[in-house]
Design a protein around this ligand. Structure first.
Ligand code: PLP
Length: 506
């Protein structure tokens, strides 16, 4: 467990984490340096005596002296005969000036080692990743990995590895390997009505990298971008990282409210949408709204990013073709991922971009990670071309439908009054609405302490008043696991109801 320590002998809070990999003297050095650069410690300000600081922070005096010596060596601190150590009168010039202009330092900008963009990115409140752990009820966004045909996948992997040619060891095409781009082009045409040539397909490191590269190439800092409200927190993060101005646009049963978007930001440069299964609420964008959105995008020269993240999983009703196929191909950037239909650790997704942008997207990949590993791309191409992908998706669709039904049944029986589930005919998660006296973030914490993972709907709102509810993935565990999860969730909800409101953490 990380333990923070604070000192009352400094005019700012010193945070040290003994469990961090960085040595304590380096942490202390950075805390003091950041306070100086952030304007919290002015030139001439006295630094507490090393012994007192060491006692206060519960660290050794040697550690304090190491930090102080380094700061002196770099010109941040100076020794003054008779009055200890003080902040230097003149700070190192390179740290206070940018191109001859004084650096704007705000007291809040303490982690001076990071650029403003770096601070914005690390400050993003997003979904916590629980990397590589056993699946748990009701983790969001995770498919049924227990049923993935691992033996078959490993066989394909070994076959491909044995055949590796010398050119396949070289740098590959930044847009992805040819067999995979062809397999994707043919799959999206037949399954989603997205008609494109293989050179419009750009293989990316998952949907997240796709969104990030769209933002980087098509947005300037300060550009308006519409985001569904509530919406996908990781898309919000990518927009923040690109310094876009996020314009939350409400969604209703028909999807994003285009008229409201136009009212709020008619000249937006980009809109991020999830038309086939709105994330997180689950509605399908109506035809009327699709047409309105495309008309506006054409008129405003805006880009529509269509995230079709879980379209493989529909449990009834006719699947609606993608927005891309609705005559919007010149303004729509279509985004797909294999994270749900194959497995998330694969880190392969794809963009379908207009012809005129294909070269730019491929070139931009050259200046980031170049491409996902060639071997994995080739194995995935084999998996699709030999029919295994279609078979796996068909099987999982049936399984997920059963898992969803089981979750609905268990919640109706066990938590009838407190959680109103909205079953949908698509996707891998559902929303359950809570009564106003039970705060969703309290339930998340109570559930976690009982080994169950749910996500707070309220955290998916960027601007307006949030609704109170839980997002529950039903794909990752079997029906018995779902039953056990519901029983624990029932206890978590009871505990959250009993919690006095003063104990709530916003
Ligand atoms: C809305 C949405 N888009 C995309 C993804 C997939 O992201 P990635 O391909 O980066 O794993 C998810 C996963 O949870 C999602 O919820």
């Amino acid at each position: 467990m990380s333990k923070k320590r604070a000192s009352s002998s400094t005019p700012f809070l010193v945070r040290l984490d003994p469990s961090a990999s960085q040595p304590l003297h380096r942490q202390l050095y950075e805390e003091i340096r950041n306070a100086i650069l952030g304007g919290l410690l002015h030139p001439g300000h006295p630094i507490p005596a090393s012994r007192g600081l060491a006692d206060d922070l519960d660290i050794s005096r040697t550690t304090v002296l190491q930090a102080i010596d380094q700061l002196k060596a770099e010109g941040y601190l100076k020794s003054v005969v008779g009055s200890g150590t003080r902040v230097a009168d003149v700070l190192p010039e390179r740290l206070t000036q940018i191109n001859g202009q004084p650096r704007a330092v705000s007291p809040a900008a303490t982690p001076a080692t990071l650029a403003r963009r770096g601070m914005a990115i690390t400050g993003i409140q997003g979904t916590e990743l629980r990397a590589g752990s056993e699946p748990r009820a009701f983790r969001l966004g995770i498919p049924g990995l227990d049923l993935f045909p691992r033996k078959l996948w490993n066989r394909l992997l070994i076959q491909r590895a044995r055949l590796t040619s010398v050119p396949e060891l070289d740098y590959g095409d930044p847009a992805g390997v040819d067999p995979l781009r062809r397999a994707i082009a043919s799959y999206v045409a037949s399954a989603r009505g997205v008609h494109c040539t293989p050179d419009q397909v750009i293989v990316v490191g998952g949907a997240q990298q796709g969104i990030a590269s769209v933002c980087r190439l098509l947005l300037d800092p300060g550009d308006d971008a519409w985001l569904e409200e509530p919406g996908y927190t990781s898309a919000r993060s990518a927009l923040i990282a690109a310094s876009a101005r996020i314009v939350p646009v409400p969604v209703d049963a028909q999807g994003i409210d285009v008229a409201e978007g136009i009212r709020r930001a008619p000249g937006a440069r980009l809109v991020y949408v999830t038309p086939s299964h709105q994330y997180p609420l689950g509605s399908t964008m109506s035809l009327q709204r699709r047409i309105e959105l495309l008309e506006w995008a054409h008129a405003a020269n805006a880009w529509v990013v269509e995230d079709d993240y879980d379209s493989e999983f529909r449990y009834g009703g006719r699947p609606l073709m993608a927005l891309h196929g609705l005559g919007g191909s010149s303004r729509v950037i279509y985004l797909g991922t294999f994270s749900k239909s194959v497995f998330p650790a694969l880190r392969i997704g794809y963009l379908v971009v207009p012809h005129e942008l294909a070269g730019a997207f491929a070139r931009a990949r050259m200046y980031s990670d170049l491409h996902p590993p060639t071997l994995q791309q080739l194995v995935l191409a084999d998996f699709i071309q030999r029919g295994h992908f279609a078979r796996h998706v068909r099987r999982m669709r049936k399984t997920y439908e059963l898992r969803q039904n089981r979750l609905v049944r268990e919640v109706r029986e066990e938590i009838p009054g407190s959680l109103k589930l909205r079953p949908r005919n698509a996707g891998l998660h559902m929303v359950g609405y809570l009564p106003p006296d039970i705060h969703d973030q309290d339930v998340v914490r109570e559930a976690l302490s009982r080994g169950v993972e749910v996500s707070a709907l309220s955290l998916h709102y960027a601007g307006s008043t949030a609704r109170n509810g839980l997002l529950m993935g039903f794909a990752s565990v079997d029906e018995e696991g779902i039953r056990r999860g519901v029983l624990r969730l029932r206890d978590a909800i009871q505990a959250a109801r009993a919690r006095p409101s003063g104990e709530r953490v916003a």
